[in-house]
Write a protein that binds this ligand. Structure first.
Ligand code: DAH
Length: 338
């Protein structure tokens, strides 16, 4: 019986020696040590060995089992190591192969400028509101003190949907909507698309504006001035000067148009500023008491300012673009520059 065990040991040794792959070793493990393996079988029959031979037989069996385990484990390890070696050699990575080009998208320049401007006002405590682009004549005109037959309506080339519904011509339409739903103090900006029937190098039928307004007790024109100065300095740099020119808007009294010193020639005069050294940048004023009446606010209690700004205009000045029509064209050669 002991001879039996010794011949098993010998065959393990011989077969392990002949093994050529990891798979061969794994097969040997199953053959000798698996559930139905040769050595496992011997252990199972231990109880049928005569009592007096059992201790010595058991010891030898154990020894051969351990020997087999160790031998096959170390062979397995060796094969694994050499397989790794060959795969490292045959599957070398060439770090000089050019990579795949993954084009990355970016935000439209108008969106970038809009986000920057919104960020500035949010940092000053303004909240952001939106209104509909298809708007009632009431919010776009009537509530802002443009009566139906008022000549000031001609300032804006309106797209009419029906007698009472328009594509909003300015984001000032959001003012009374916000005032109706909230009470002062208000500090609001309303960015968005607006529409006018107009097209040339400096006009497109759909463009972006940002309306801002503040309503509280004791708001003065100097508050408007200080706030706009801070805003312009953040967008165009602290060396930029501002100039308030008297103007007219039905929803502000007094009204002003605000110019900044030309960002190209720094005020010396060039073709961007038509030689004047100044560029018109926004409209503003103190909110007309008529607007508070539309909103149901007491004009004797509250005062406030409003301003409106064209986003494409700011982007054109910032990036030195001379034709506003480039923005909606979506030519990648243009867009990739921002
Ligand atoms: N809504 C005016 C426009 O589109 C711009 C504007 C002017 C807005 C004066 C204002 C303002 O809030 O006070 O031309």
């Amino acid at each position: 019986m002991l001879n039996d065990l010794h011949s098993i040991k010998k065959s393990v040794q011989e077969e392990a020696e002949k093994a050529e792959s990891l798979q061969d070793i794994q097969n040997l493990k199953i053959r000798y040590l698996g559930k139905k393996g040769l050595l496992t079988g011997k252990i199972k029959t231990l109880s049928s060995i005569p009592k007096e031979q059992r201790p010595e037989y058991g010891r030898s069996l154990n020894e051969i089992k351990n020997f087999t385990e160790e031998l096959l484990d170390s062979k397995e390890k060796a094969f694994k190591a050499s397989e790794l070696d060959t795969s490292l050699q045959t599957q070398q990575i060439d770090v000089t192969v050019p990579g795949c080009y993954t084009p990355s998208g970016r935000l439209h320049p108008v969106t970038q400028v809009l986000n920057e401007i919104i960020g500035i006002f949010v940092s000053l405590g303004f909240s952001v509101e939106e209104g509909p682009e298809i708007e009632l004549d009431y919010y776009n005109f009537e509530a802002l003190n443009f009566p139906k037959d008022h000549p000031a309506r001609d300032m804006q080339d309106t797209f009419f949907i029906s007698d009472d519904v328009v594509l909003r011509t300015h984001t000032s339409s959001v003012q009374v909507r916000v005032m109706e739903k909230n009470s002062p103090p208000l500090r609001v900006i309303a960015p968005g698309k607006v529409y006018r029937c107009d097209a040339d190098v400096s006009h497109i039928p759909m463009f972006h504006q940002l309306e801002g307004f503040m309503v509280d007790r004791h708001i003065r024109m100097s508050d408007l001035k200080g706030m706009l100065e801070l805003f312009i300095h953040r967008v165009f740099g602290p060396e930029t000067s501002l100039r308030f020119r008297p103007s007219f808007f039905p929803f502000t009294e007094p009204s002003a148009e605000i110019d900044i010193s030309c960002v190209m020639c720094k005020g010396a005069g060039c073709n961007v500023c038509s030689g004047t050294g100044w560029i018109e940048i926004l409209g503003a004023g103190m909110i007309n008491p008529r607007v508070y009446e539309s909103a149901g606010y007491d004009p004797d209690v509250y005062t406030g300012f409003a301003f409106g700004l064209g986003i494409e205009r700011v982007a054109m000045l910032k990036y030195e673009i001379n034709d506003i029509r480039l923005f909606p064209e979506n030519d990648k050669r243009f867009l990739e520059q921002f």
